[in-house]
Design a protein around this ligand. Structure first.
Ligand SMILES: Nc1ncnc2c1ncn2[C@@H]1O[C@H](COP(=O)(O)OP(=O)(O)OP(=O)(O)O)[C@@H](O)[C@H]1O
Length: 273
């Protein structure tokens, strides 16, 4: 493992068995096919590709939400996929995930204070005032008023809810954040703000990020490196500027050509603001 490599994914494969009335007999789908890439410490790595290309499946395998059919993941020098039981519970703090929909990912019955307290109790020794102070700090970190800790998720806008989800992900002090289409459920102005927040947090805290998106313009301005997925296969991987300026594969070229110029310029304004 290279010195500054945080995550090394090697030969990752995930099959799904499809069955049901639509199929005469069960059929095997290879959602992820021999995928390898490396994320360095503090680096933002974008994973792009059309719908169904396997992006979320890769994110979920790394987050240990689903098992791969084959392959290995080395994280911070640890054989990540071999972790089980208590060892896995202890290490989960290091990789946290932010999902697409803040409406689905936050329990509507819990106050924000409790949403943030859960990871703080699981992964830190904080209690009482210490815990309350940390929850307030997390709110500030994501640009929310700490006075709102006693509110419920429905009392926030979509963008604000996604900030709460980010605060929850940061509570355990992760080394890698997996953001799976974190802004695609938000309106355009909230998208810009949440992207800016993610960018600032990663820069300030030296946090690495796996940024999963179908939006090339955003990845172009947020991520130093990118992997392009086509039907489970990584077509190309490398520095974002190189891949987007001079793509080697026809598939990448088609994805780039599909980005409207207007949107490209809007993303430039967003991320350079
Ligand atoms: N639990 C599952 N059971 C069966 N098939 C699945 C399952 N999860 C994913 N798939 C299939 O695996 C393929 C890859 O799905 P995945 O969600 O990883 O793609 P994606 O690139 O993230 O797509 P999107 O951008 O639409 O979220 C798709 O064909 C999907 O239908």
């Amino acid at each position: 493992m290279a010195d500054d490599a945080l995550l090394e994914v090697r030969g990752l494969v995930r099959h799904f068995t499809l069955s049901g009335r639509l199929f005469e007999k069960p059929r095997q789908l290879t959602a992820v096919n021999d995928v390898s890439f490396t994320i360095r410490r503090g680096q933002a790595f974008g994973l792009v590709g059309e719908s169904g290309s396997g992006k979320s499946t890769i994110g979920r395998i790394i987050a240990r939400l689903t098992e791969p059919s084959a392959g290995s993941v080395s994280f911070d020098g640890v054989d990540w996929l071999a972790l089980r039981g208590k060892a896995l519970r202890d290490k989960r703090r290091d990789i946290q995930m932010v999902f697409q929909s803040p409406y689905a990912s936050l329990d509507p019955r819990w106050r924000v204070r409790d949403i943030l307290a859960e990871p703080l109790k699981s992964y830190t020794d904080l209690k009482g005032t210490g815990l309350a102070t940390r929850a307030a700090e997390l709110m500030q970190q994501v640009g929310l008023n700490p006075d709102w800790l006693d509110r419920f998720p429905h009392q926030f806008s979509g963008g604000q809810r996604q900030r709460i989800a980010i605060a929850r992900a940061l509570a355990s002090g992760p080394k890698l954040l997996i953001a799976d289409e974190p802004v695609s459920a938000l309106d355009v102005s909230s998208q810009a703000q949440v992207l800016q927040l993610l960018r600032n947090i990663c820069t300030e805290q030296g946090l690495a990020m796996l940024f999963i998106s179908h939006d090339l313009s955003v990845v172009d301005h947020l991520c130093q490196r990118v992997g392009v997925l086509n039907r489970g296969v990584l077509e190309e991987v490398g520095p974002t500027s190189e891949i987007f300026r001079s793509p080697k594969s026809d598939y990448t070229r088609r994805l780039i050509d599909a980005v409207p110029g207007k949107k490209r310029r809007a993303a430039e304004r967003v991320v350079h603001a």
